[in-house]
Design a protein around this ligand. Structure first.
Ligand code: ACO
Length: 337
């Protein structure tokens, strides 16, 4: 690609709450079974934040790990972008809270709302600031406490979600590829298949909305499934066509971790080998915007993703929103990593 600078990953980190909520725990809460959940989704357990633990807390820890690895001081950051649909509060943004927590006083900071695809939207923003010379170093975070908007009386949704945060530092590079290209898409016409109906200006929280449990995730699971496979498949295809890479050149597929069956269907549709797909949703469920950066971090720290390898990330979420991003990995794991 013809550009003066590229944005490469110079640090990565993640953080999940300590509390593990297993399928067996959920069996005590709703009419479900470990067998049903594992067969339909691949999920065995997920993490749940403690009361008082906010999105910015996990995001801050993930950010500190990523900054340490990048060898960048917080005050040298030019921007902080947090992708989240579960911000600490309506405003200030979670990004501003992270800025305060880490002491990045020279950065501008804002949140992006693109649900489970949010991390790729944030990555796209950040890489463009670097490619056009606006920024030298940008902190990109995907963080969500999905259990705060999950109805633990609804077996259709409560088995799917978990909490977490992942962060990457993107830095200006003159000679390396870094983020090669990101493709994004949205279709607001189907927003109603996955939403949190109450709590905004359209349906403000009232006693009635709370009684009707409208402040929790509402989802048409089978529609989401079909649309997710179609949108992520088409996005990845377009991305590969535009970048000129062949699917066989991709070393790792790191998809949004919603459901193993969605990933398997997508992989088969793309003709992609199973052993090159990184999956960790069995431990975390769907952490929305955090799922890709946490997966990326684990794949890297497990010595799977190595320098110079090509990583393809694909995501889909409420909105509807979706995206795919191609990245030349640049970090070398130290032995104590
Ligand atoms: N335990 C037991 N039974 C359940 C549970 C549960 N936890 N949840 C639903 N069921 C029941 C339903 O009530 C329904 O029963 P009925 O037939 O008597 O009405 C039945 O199971 C539905 O079964 P299936 O049709 O076999 O379910 P399906 O194979 O569609 O799986 C699932 C459901 C897992 C929700 C699937 O549609 C899915 O994964 N969709 C994608 C949802 C998703 O990932 N959302 C996350 C946000 S978007 C994103 O991140 C991509």
């Amino acid at each position: 690609m013809n550009r003066e600078y590229s944005a490469k990953v110079t640090g990565i980190g993640s953080c999940v709450p300590k509390h593990v909520l297993t399928n067996h725990d959920l069996e005590q809460m709703v009419d479900t079974s470990d067998e049903w959940i594992q067969t339909r989704t691949g999920i065995r357990e997920r993490r749940k934040a403690d009361p008082g633990e906010a999105t910015s807390d996990l995001a801050t820890t993930a950010a500190e790990i990523a900054l340490k690895e990048a060898g960048i001081l917080p005050q040298d950051l030019d921007a902080i972008i947090v992708a989240t649909t579960t911000p600490d509060m309506t405003f200030p943004s979670t990004a501003c809270m992270v800025q305060k927590n880490i002491g990045a006083q020279h950065a501008f900071a804002y949140d992006i709302s693109a649900a489970c695809a949010g991390f790729l939207f944030a990555l796209s923003n950040a890489s463009q600031y670097i490619e056009n010379g606006t920024c030298q170093s940008v902190l990109v975070i995907g963080a969500d406490l999905m259990t705060h908007i999950t109805d633990f009386e609804d077996r259709n949704t409560c088995v799917l979600f978990g909490d977490g945060a992942g962060a990457v530092v993107l830095s200006k590079s003159l000679d390396e590829e870094g983020i090669i290209r990101t493709e994004l898409g949205s279709d607001g016409r189907h927003g109603d298949i996955l939403s949190v109906p109450a709590g905004g200006t359209k349906l403000p929280l009232t006693e009635e909305t709370v009684t009707l449990r409208k402040h929790y995730i509402s989802m048409n699971g089978s529609e989401v499934f079909k649309m997710a496979v179609r949108a992520m498949g088409n996005s990845a295809k377009k991305l590969l066509e535009k970048t000129g890479y062949d699917i066989h050149q991709i070393d790792w597929l790191v998809p949004h971790q919603a459901n193993k069956r969605i990933i398997d269907t997508l992989r088969k549709k793309m003709g992609f080998p199973e052993e090159k797909v990184f999956i960790n949703l069995q431990h975390y469920g769907n952490m929305s915007a955090a799922s890709i950066p946490v997966a990326l971090d684990e794949a890297y720290r497990s010595h799977l993703i190595k320098p110079d390898q090509l990583v393809l990330m694909v995501a889909f979420g409420g909105g509807l929103t979706w995206g795919s991003s191609l990245l030349r990995w640049s970090l070398e794991l130290k032995n104590d990593g």
